[in-house]
Design a protein around this ligand. Structure first.
Ligand SMILES: CC(C)(COP(=O)(O)OP(=O)(O)OC[C@H]1O[C@@H](n2cnc3c(N)ncnc32)[C@H](O)[C@@H]1OP(=O)(O)O)[C@@H](O)C(=O)NCCC(=O)NCCS
Length: 220
C-alpha cells in the first residue's frame, strides 16, 4: 500500500475502462474476484461488512507507519471498499481480503494495480494486522496473489515499493525472491517527511526459474 492510488476525493470519480485488449488468459475477474485458497489463508473480494475489522486491523501506528495512510474511519473503509469494486470493474486494480483459515473476518489486504493499460506491469502492496505477523499467513497469501497475477491476469513484471526503514516489508519481499532494483529517493511523503523506498520486482522469468524456491538477489 506504499503508493496505492486511493484517496477519499476519488470516491466521486468514475474510472474509465481500459481501451486495450485484456490479457489473453484473463478470466472475467473484472466482474468479480475468485476466492483463492492456501494452506493458512484464503483470499476473496472485499465486502462492505469487512470495513470494521479492516479498520481495526490496519489503522494502528505499527501497521500503517510506512504505508500510504489508510482511511480514518469505518465509513472511510466502506467508501474505500466500494472504490475497489469500481476500479476492478474498470480492469485497473484488484484488492483481495486476507481471511485466516477457519474464520470469516478480514485481517489484511493485498492490492494490485496496473501500471500500464493491460496490466503487463503491475504494482502490489499489502498489509496485515500485526498479531498475524510472523505466522506464515503473509507468505501463503502472497503466493496466491503472485500465481493469480502472473497466471490469470497476465502480469509479466510485478513491482513493489517499500521504505528503507520498513524492515519487515523489505524482509518479506526478499523472502519471496523479489529483486531489489534500486532506491527511489524521497518518493513517499509520510507524516511530513519524504522517505526513500526500495523498488523490488518479480518478473515472470524469475518464477519460472525458481519454481517456488526463491533466493534474494540485488541488482543496481
Ligand atoms: C509486510 C507484512 C505484510 C509482512 O508480513 P509478516 O508476517 O510480517 O512477514 P513475515 O514475518 O513472513 O516476513 C518478514 C520477514 O522480515 C524479517 N524481518 C523482520 N524484522 C526485520 C529486521 N529488523 N531486519 C531484517 N529483517 C527483518 C522477518 O524476520 C521475516 O523474515 P524471516 O521469516 O525469514 O525471518 C507485514 O509486516 C505488514 O503488514 N506490515 C505493515 C504494512 C507494510 O509495511 N506493508 C508494506 C510492505 S512493502
Amino acid at each position: 500500500m506504499e503508493k496505492m492510488p486511493y484517496h477519499p476525493q476519488l470516491d466521486s470519480v468514475r474510472p474509465t475502462a481500459s481501451p486495450t485488449v485484456p490479457a489473453p488468459a484473463a478470466l472475467n475477474w473484472r466482474s468479480g474476484l475468485p476466492s483463492l485458497t492456501g494452506g493458512l489463508v484464503s483470499l476473496r473480494e472485499l465486502r462492505l461488512s469487512d470495513a470494521p475489522t479492516l479498520f481495526a486491523a490496519l489503522t494502528g501506528e505499527e501497521v500503517s507507519r510506512f504505508i500510504s495512510p489508510p482511511p480514518h474511519s469505518v465509513e472511510g473503509f466502506e467508501r474505500f471498499i466500494a472504490w475497489t469494486h469500481r476500479q476492478r470493474e474498470a480492469g485497473q486494480y484488484i484488492c483481495f481480503a486476507v481471511i485466516p483459515k477457519g474464520s470469516d473476518g478480514a485481517i489484511g489486504l493485498f492490492q494490485l494495480r496496473s501500471l500500464e493499460p493491460a496490466f503487463g506491469t503491475a504494482e502490489w502492496g499489502f498489509a496485515i494486522a500485526s498479531e498475524f505477523w510472523g505466522t506464515g499467513m503473509f507468505l501463503d497469501g502472497a503466493r496466491l496473489v503472485l500465481d493469480f497475477a502472473f497466471d490469470v491476469i497476465g502480469v509479466h513484471r510485478m513491482e513493489a515499493r517499500s521504505t528503507l526503514r520498513n524492515s519487515r516489508g523489505n524482509g518479506a519481499l526478499r523472502k519471496l525472491g523479489a529483486v531489489q532494483e534500486g532506491i527511489l529517493r524521497r518518493s513517499l511523503l509520510r507524516n511530513g517527511e519524504f522517505l526513500d523506498q526500495s523498488l523490488w520486482t518479480i518478473v515472470a522469468e524469475d518464477r519460472r526459474e525458481a519454481k517456488g524456491v526463491w533466493g534474494a538477489r540485488v541488482v543496481h
